[in-house]
Design a protein around this ligand. Structure first.
Ligand code: CP
Ligand code: NVA
Length: 305
């Protein structure tokens, strides 16, 4: 595959390869530093939305691998506004060796990939967040020593992170459940893509409106913001509808005794997750954030080295 846009069109064995490579690069970094396999390569990073983890981890990843990265914020590029997406894609292709983009509309990523001969990496769109979720798979693998047959319960808004999570769970033979209000479930299209992947790999998918049913016996409880970037106008109604879906002590008590709690961050403490849980003994949110760096490197090496 030239690009890393959605987990739906990647082969399961290639995703396992990314996990192995990320583990190797993490070990290599800790035992003296990474080899400069990206020497002379530059990653263009287009951001239409804010970011802490994605921006910093991609930039640090390129630098630790001996390459470089250029941050292009909304003011610089004006993707699709100041300049058409095909033109941006073709111009960046003459200066850099790869493009990572965070966009409002998923269609922009697909257009960049179509018009650029370079690898294009999805750093989050309204529909998917594949880099996040592959980092999360590394975290889960490190914690449990396996992925298959683990139950991952996603609670709250069926958003971009949830969409990538159901696809990853399907690839890795996990049991994915979601507890989300009516109207905020995963989009039909993603479920249609995930179902055959789950079937091939022994995964299972169950949808619930009741968060307690979704979380029962889960090994991993996962949540994300109730108001994703771009949905700010819906804040009041979303906060009200999602209230029963808070990941708090009472909800986590329904999960497996040894369950871990995950959040891609940024967290809205007191909304989708309580301080007690985010900072409690079951939370892995900071190792999870760290693994973004190691997984990003694996994706970069696989596509660009
Ligand atoms: N989780 C994540 O993608 O964080 P940022 O929005 O800060 O990049
Ligand atoms: N669902 C969130 C994820 C942020 C990393 C958003 O799109 O804003």
């Amino acid at each position: 595959m030239k690009d890393f846009i959605s987990l739906s069109n990647w082969a399961t064995k290639e995703l396992w390869y990314l996990i192995d490579l990320a583990k190797h690069l993490k070990y290599e970094l800790r035992s003296g530093g990474n080899r400069p396999v990206m020497h002379g390569k530059v990653l263009a990073m287009i951001f239409q939305k804010p970011s802490l983890r994605t921006k910093v981890s991609f930039e640090v990843a390129m630098k630790q691998l001996g390459g470089d990265a250029i941050y292009l914020g909304p003011e610089e590029v004006g993707l699709g506004k100041r300049e058409s997406v095909p033109d941006v894609a073709r111009v960046l292709s003459v200066y850099t060796q790869g493009i990572m983009a965070r966009v409002f509309d998923h269609h922009y990523i697909e257009e960049l990939a179509k018009w650029s001969p370079l690898p294009v990496i999805n750093g989050l769109s309204d529909e998917h967040h594949p880099c996040q979720v592959m980092g999360d798979m590394l975290t889960i693998y490190e914690h449990f020593g396996r992925l298959e047959r683990l139950k991952v319960a996603y609670v709250g808004d069926g958003n971009n992170v949830a969409a990538s999570l159901v696809l990853a769970a399907a690839h890795f033979g996990m049991h994915f459940t979601i507890g989300a209000p009516e109207g905020y479930m995963l989009p039909e299209g993603v479920l249609d893509e995930a179902a055959p992947i789950a079937e091939r790999n022994g995964g299972k998918i169950n949808l619930y409106n009741d968060p307690y049913e979704a979380v029962a016996g889960a090994d991993i409880v996962y949540t994300d913001t109730w108001v994703s970037m771009g949905q700010e106008a819906e804040t009041a109604s979303r906060l009200k509808i999602m209230e029963p879906y808070q990941v708090n002590h009472k909800l986590v008590a329904r999960a497996n005794q040894y369950a871990i709690v995950m959040h891609c961050l940024p967290a809205h403490r007191g909304q989708e997750i309580t301080d007690e849980i985010a900072d409690g003994p079951q939370s892995v949110i900071f190792p999870q954030a760290e693994n973004r760096l190691h997984m990003q490197k694996a994706i970069l090496v696989k596509l660009m080295a």
